[in-house]
Design a protein around this ligand. Structure first.
Ligand code: SF4
Ligand code: SF4
Length: 525
């Protein structure tokens, strides 16, 4: 399929409501998933013959299962407060990218089939049938929503378009019209253990190479342990951290922090993925399948703490759902969930974010830094959507905004925030979240990045910002691709722990290898 020509948005001085361009983002949507990727997830391999019937039934199931979806569908008063809050509308000017219009694609069908007025007076209440045209619109426009939740911050009723988008994608999968990018990745994650399909020997080699590289550079044997039974901490990090730039520099930073703390830690070859795309396609069952690998790894390795690396939606899944999905945190009631709850050390947050861990060590003066190592940088921080609007850190109000900034200010002298309306709870999405980080969606990714790029351009002009920090693997990958489109250096995006790594003063002696070489034996749940 030839890529469509499009203009890169011009960055304005201020974000303004664009003039409407009806239909400008119409199209076929991202590549569709084939049988090969649909069937392993339990979805039909192609669009089923009675797809309308299946879709309506699935909608009914979802509205009963997720009370929030029904409340969101019933409570919109069309006040318009959300219309100019979506980065994809601001960047594309397609009115169907206004959050309320996106919701209405789903709501109009819900009204037709599940409300009295919609059944008997459809025209009066904007109720519509789910026909081929509507299904195509669902597929296209629900894959132009990164499920960032920015619109919900401005809605007086708190209506969360992300949940409607997840529900729509769940219906699409049920009728056999799934998205290739997400479903292909999920297949690898639940069978091999990571999104890349990286088997244990390849992962082990990668980590050994990393150890050699760091020892050559610093003269210190920082270890990246894999499958070490009895380690205190199990680190679950996005697989991008194992090989891709700039992610791997963050992994180097985590290792240096663990080394300086002197704690025993490990990663798992069985659960070598923090990302969980089950959330993007709205499937609790698939999200659970992916998360259960983490539970098994934690039980097998007999760790007492579970920690999450720099990944936005991984932290949301861990923070908000792991308790009931896995037993990391209170909530699970099944045998293995209860066993894990008993195994984990209740003196620590379960799960804990790597930023919380590093921040705590800084507070307790356990890490030393030479901040001047980052003096060639002027740094700003991009709040990643899932961290900002769906989680917390440190157990204090707004901790998810405070802790990362305090870590950055502890390791560099030049820090400046972007404009207030574009950060913290109002942060603009990078443009690639929610399962959109695929080249077949490059147009919407670039257009959707416009508001974040605009705020970045302002601090570049005014304060000389040349370094953008993010604690999300998707944000880092997306920025690496879109920064040059807006005349920025693609290498200006870095991990928070890269800056930690550059400033940390390594004082601890070398690790004793013999203590960390016991490889986990296979056990089964
Ligand atoms: S959740 Fe984010 S991407 Fe989706 S409609 Fe709302 S603002 Fe736009
Ligand atoms: S802000 Fe909320 S109530 Fe108002 S139009 Fe948007 S979704 Fe509906």
């Amino acid at each position: 399929m030839a890529a469509k020509e499009f203009d890169i948005p011009v960055l304005p001085t201020y974000i303004e409501i664009p003039e409407i361009n009806e239909g400008i983002m119409e199209g076929d949507g991202p590549f569709k998933s084939s049988k090969e990727f649909q069937n392993p997830l339990g979805f039909p391999g192609e669009k089923v013959d009675n797809w309308q019937e299946v879709a309506i039934e699935k909608m009914g199931e979802l509205k009963s299962k997720y009370r929030s979806v029904q409340v969101f569908l019933d409570s919109c008063v069309k006040c318009g407060a959300c219309t100019d809050k979506c980065h994809y509308f601001l960047g594309s000017s397609d009115p169907k990218n206004m959050p309320v219009a996106r919701q209405d694609l789903f709501r109009s069908v819900y009204r037709r089939h599940y409300t009295f007025a919609g059944k008997y007076f459809p025209k009066l209440v904007g109720a519509k049938e789910l026909d081929d045209e509507m299904l195509d619109d669902w597929y296209n426009y629900f894959h132009q929503c990164s499920q960032c939740r920015r619109c919900s911050v401005f809605c007086p009723y708190g209506i969360d378009t992300a949940e409607i988008s997840m529900a729509a994608r769940e219906v699409l999968d049920a009728v056999g019209v799934g998205q290739k990018y997400c479903n292909q990745i999920l297949g690898k994650a639940i069978t091999i253990g990571n999104n890349l399909g990286l088997p244990e020997p390849a992962l082990r080699d990668t980590l050994l190479d990393l150890e050699e590289e760091i020892e050559e550079e610093t003269g210190i044997a920082v270890k990246y342990p894999l499958d070490v039974k009895g380690a205190e901490i199990l680190l679950i990090t996005p697989s991008a951290d194992f090989f891709a730039e700039p992610h791997i520099d963050g992994l180097i930073g985590y290792g240096k922090v663990f080394h300086e703390d002197g704690v025993s830690w490990t990663m798992s070859s069985y659960a070598s993925e923090g990302a969980n795309f089950g959330m993007f396609i709205g499937s609790y069952d698939i999200m659970r399948k992916a998360a259960l690998r983490i539970r098994k790894a934690a039980l097998d390795l007999e760790v007492s703490r579970v920690m999450v690396g720099e990944c936005g939606h991984a932290w949301r899944v861990a923070y908000s759902f792991w308790n009931t999905l896995t037993g990391v945190g209170a909530g699970a009631t099944d045998e293995f969930g209860l066993k894990l709850q008993n195994q984990l050390d209740s003196r620590y947050p379960q799960p804990q974010h790597i930023i919380e861990y590093t921040h705590d060590l800084i507070q307790r003066d356990k890490l030393k830094f030479d901040k001047s190592a980052n003096d060639d940088r002027t740094v700003t921080f991009h709040d990643s959507c899932n961290v900002a609007r769906a989680t917390n850190m440190g157990g204090i109000p707004n901790g998810q905004f405070i802790l990362p900034r305090e870590v950055l200010k502890a390791v560099c002298n030049n820090y400046i925030d972007m404009e207030r309306s574009t950060i913290k709870e109002s942060t603009f999405c990078c443009g690639g979240g929610g399962g959109l980080l695929t080249d077949d969606l490059m147009e919407i990714r670039i257009k959707g990045a416009m508001p974040r790029m605009q705020a970045l351009k302002e601090v570049e002009k005014t304060n000389g910002v040349d370094t953008l920090v993010a604690i999300c693997a998707i944000c880092k990958s997306q920025f690496s691709k879109v920064l040059p489109k807006f005349d920025f250096d693609p290498y200006m995006i870095v991990s928070a722990h890269q800056l930690v790594s550059e400033a940390i003063i390594m004082e601890k002696p070398q690790t004793d290898d013999s203590a960390t070489e016991e490889v986990a034996e296979e056990t089964t749940e």
